[in-house]
Design a protein around this ligand. Structure first.
Ligand code: NAD
Length: 367
């Protein structure tokens, strides 16, 4: 939560408590929350109706909640099976921001998009900062300096923002994505869409599908000359629920020019670039390779502001105004597809079917 949005929640009729120090990493002081109408209270979990956070709560925090309380946070259910079990067993209703359906009515609640926007911008700025040459064309009395050439792989929300940012800095940008619709979006950002003689891979809900190993190898072969010619390579490719696809081998990076830069946003979910280290800067051949780790947190102010707005919009959807003047009731309506789609646990059951199957098996009921 950010102080400027506390008033939205109190305006709905909620009493808001903030854990002391909660905003420290985002450069927000406790006093700012207090001035906005929140109470600083490190025991607030014990009788909260709803807890909102960025990361899922730890086991000891979940066990402090009363049965019937609710949580809203990012909750990567594949990596957090123990957390999901705890939430189920403690009778906590939980909602995962990753599962908010990507329909137009839910756009204002779409934290994947808001955080990808921050991450995509940051990737382009990191590439520009690491590259020891200009992004833009410079025509000066001392001669002309050509613009940098940037290649972006994966043109979803983050990739398009990386393209837009690199373009604003004046680089010449080429980009590739497996989805057919992406080519037009790439062009609308002022970049060149790289067209490969490969089938496109559209999956459900506007996402990509996973590649076969054969197609992946062919894609790498076809992309190699573009990467060898680039000054900076930014990779943002992902397939929901899967490890990030490996798009660029170390051998391809070794073909890049001296001083080249690689920024792999996917480094903390498997990596698009072989050898990239999440949270580290390594040298491969002539290139400096930067691996992203929790990249939105590197711009904590805007990331928090956007995330908090997503949360407030979702909480508003789940709030019932009672007859009593000003009092709010957190009352998610499970017949609403946004509520049902984002729910992971409720009433002692795992409601998110793929997670339930992974944890309880397909035939077994809740434990
Ligand atoms: P994402 O983070 O899952 O993936 C990033 C990109 O990587 C995607 O564009 C994907 O096609 C691409 N990719 C996957 N495998 C690849 C490969 N082998 N090579 C190159 N690229 C590869 O996706 P995202 O950014 O969250 O969203 C993707 C799309 O979803 C958007 O562009 C949009 O069409 C849609 N979307 C819709 C809404 C909405 O309707 N509310 C919101 C956000 C996104």
């Amino acid at each position: 939560m950010v102080p400027e949005l506390v008033g939205k929640l109190t305006g709905l009729g909620y009493a808001v408590s903030v854990e002391p120090g909660a905003g420290r990493q985002a450069l927000i002081a406790d006093e700012e929350y207090a001035a906005a109408g929140a109470v600083l209270d490190d025991r607030a979990l014990n009788d909260a109706d709803l807890v909102v956070s960025v990361q899922p709560l730890a086991t000891d925090a979940i066990r402090r909640l009363r049965s019937g309380a609710a949580t809203i946070s990012f909750l990567p259910t594949r990596q957090e099976e123990a957390t999901v079990r705890d939430l189920r067993d403690c009778g906590v209703t939980s909602f995962a921001m990753e599962q908010v359906p990507r329909i137009s009515r839910a756009q204002s609640m779409d934290a994947l998009s808001s955080q990808a926007l921050v991450a995509g911008y940051r990737c382009a700025v990191v590439a520009a900062g690491l590259l020891r040459r200009f992004f833009p064309l410079n025509m000066t009395a001392a001669g002309t300096v050509p613009p940098a050439e940037v290649v972006v792989l994966g043109a979803g929300v983050a990739g398009l923002q990386a393209i837009a940012t690199a373009r604003r800095l004046g680089a010449v940008v080429k980009a590739y994505d497996v989805r057919a619709a992406a080519a037009e979006e790439i062009r609308s950002m002022g970049a060149v869409a790289i067209e490969l003689e490969l089938e496109t891979l559209e999956g459900a809900g506007g996402y990509a599908r996973e590649m076969t190993e054969e197609r992946a190898a062919r894609q790498r072969d076809l992309l190699a000359p573009y990467i060898a010619a680039a000054d900076a390579l930014i990779t943002t490719a992902a397939v929901p629920g899967r490890q990030a696809p490996m798009l660029v081998t170390a051998e391809m990076v070794e073909q890049m020019k001296p001083g080249s830069v690689v920024v792999d946003l996917a480094a903390d979910s498997g990596g698009n670039v072989e050898g990239a280290v999440s949270g580290g800067l390594v040298r491969i051949g002539n290139a400096q390779v930067w691996g992203g780790r929790n990249v939105p947190s590197q711009m904590p102010g805007p990331a928090s502001r956007l995330y908090a707005q997503n949360i407030v919009n979702l909480v508003t959807l789940m709030t019932e105004q009672s007859e009593d003047e000003g009092a709010a009731r957190f009352a998610p309506d499970f017949s609403d597809e946004i509520v049902a789609g984002s729910c992971v646990t409720h009433d002692g059951e795992i409601r998110h079917e793929p997670t339930r199957e992974a944890i309880e098996g397909s035939s077994e009921g809740p434990a």
